[in-house]
Design a binder for this molecule. Structure first.
Ligand SMILES: [Cu+2]
Length: 442
């Protein structure tokens, strides 16, 4: 079985790699050799408009698929200063690839690949229309190359997301035109090894806030009036207590190395939220009780009752997330700049998809966030939240940097909590205001 999967993976990787990085483009004729196929001619009959498809000629006219042109929203590096002078904010972000050992429950360690020694990588926060100039450093001590694919960019994958070998770095810049909570991740080396790198920890989130801020939140409850039940609609201010929740899986061999055969079977070893299985559950599983490092101990999220809570949720993994809050409902779900639902129980979030979820908790108590897939819940996708009258410090890896858009973020006190190396934990401990600078501990 292992051989079958590795053969399949090699074929798939070569196919994708040859598409992305091959030096020639060969046009495959649509419909050849298959009478049932739809040819361009038959499509023309059912669609009156002219089909302006990408042809080999089109691709060749821009130099083939290996080309050094920038995408529509890419900024040549020598124009970043011009954009700044024209009024755009420029964020210079540096991420460093680091392969480290990180803890899993039971006192074991696994072979993690990270940005900056932490899983997920640092959360980046910008505003719609800002320039993101990002540099990936790969130290010479790394045993493999890495890369950086940012989903907030509309930019040519080649060469921007291409391999950065040990001892090298790569910089590119783009304008973040759409708001959302976008994935960034390593693509391995020319997509080879991408699964291993992402599922071992090389992923993170970049929040792009809407230029004009978030809308007020309409919440619907009921009341009684003159002996009748009436709707009680309230508009809540956009300013919110904010949390990030990134779902993923770990597929591991007994020695903590990556298990690709398990990945192909979706045979999860651990399901993680913000890098840790049960990292916000000190109550039920207690799997982190004996962790030696303070930043590894499980801690619940603390929510103020009756206040606007905003979750930035991102599925970084290999399986769907059925996002559900035990005891809660989602007052609003936003995806792709559109409100998708108001007052719903569970929201499906596919691979590399995000959702911005707004909730007001009316009563104090325990509300547990889960991926409502039982295999996911019982392998780590459960986060305890306590709603209480007074806000309290929250785990830093669940709190994003404060937005620079007015009336958006309510600043929170945090303490260092992370799936991270001891060096990184010490660094975060020294940067007490790390979550106020546009780039948080996580
Ligand atoms: Cu990598």
């Amino acid at each position: 079985m292992n051989k079958r999967y590795s053969t399949l993976s090699i074929v798939a990787v070569v196919a994708v790699a040859s598409f992305l990085f091959g030096s020639t483009y060969s046009n495959t004729q649509v419909g050849s050799g298959n009478a049932q196929s739809v040819s361009p001619a038959t499509i023309d009959k059912v669609t009156p408009q002219t089909i302006d498809s990408v042809t080999a000629k089109d691709v060749q006219s821009v130099g083939g698929l290996v080309f050094n042109m920038v995408g529509a929203d890419a900024i040549p590096l020598d124009q970043v200063a011009i954009e700044k002078a024209n009024g755009r904010t420029v964020h210079e972000i540096t991420l460093t690839a680091q392969s480290v050992k990180l803890p899993i429950p039971g006192g074991q360690m696994y072979d993690a690949m990270t940005f900056d020694g932490q899983v997920p990588g640092p959360t980046i926060r910008v505003t719609q229309g800002d320039v993101v100039e990002v540099t990936l450093n790969v130290p010479s001590t790394e045993l493999t190359g890495h890369s950086l694919d940012m989903h907030a960019a509309q930019i040519s994958a080649v060469p921007n997301f291409g391999p950065v070998m040990p001892g090298k770095s790569n910089t590119y810049a783009y304008i973040a035109n759409y708001p959302g909570a976008f994935k960034y991740h390593c693509e391995g080396v020319g997509v080879i090894g991408m699964d291993q790198h992402v599922l071992s920890g090389m992923y993170g989130m970049i929040i792009v806030d809407p230029l004009n801020g978030y809308h007020k939140l309409l919440i619907t409850r009921t009341a009684t009036q003159n002996g009748q039940v009436v709707l009680n609609n309230t508009l809540i201010d956009p300013a919110a207590y904010e949390f990030t929740l990134q779902f993923n899986q770990l597929y591991l061999n007994a020695d903590g190395s990556y298990n690709q055969a398990a990945m192909f079977l979706h045979n999860t070893t651990w399901t993680v939220i913000n890098g840790k299985p049960f990292g916000y559950d000190p109550v039920v599983t207690k799997v982190w009780n004996n962790a030696p490092a303070a930043n590894d101990k499980a801690a619940p999220l603390i929510l103020p009752v009756g206040q606007h809570i905003r979750y930035f949720v991102l599925n970084q993994g290999n399986m769907p997330v059925f996002f559900h809050i035990v005891g809660g409902q989602m007052d609003r779900v936003t995806q792709g700049n559109m409100v998708q639902a108001m007052g719903t129980q569970t929201w499906d979030i596919g691979g590399s998809q995000d959702a911005i979820i707004d909730v007001v908790y009316d009563q104090p108590g325990a509300y547990v966030i889960v991926n409502h897939d039982y295999a996911a819940i019982f392998s780590g996708a459960a986060a305890v939240q306590l709603a209480q009258a007074n806000p309290a410090p929250n785990p830093s890896d669940a709190v994003p940097p404060v937005s620079s858009v007015p009336d958006t973020s309510i600043p929170q006190q945090t303490f260092v909590h992370c799936e991270c190396s001891s060096d990184r934990a010490a660094q975060l401990n020294m940067t007490e205001s790390g979550n106020m600078t546009g780039m948080s501990g996580q």
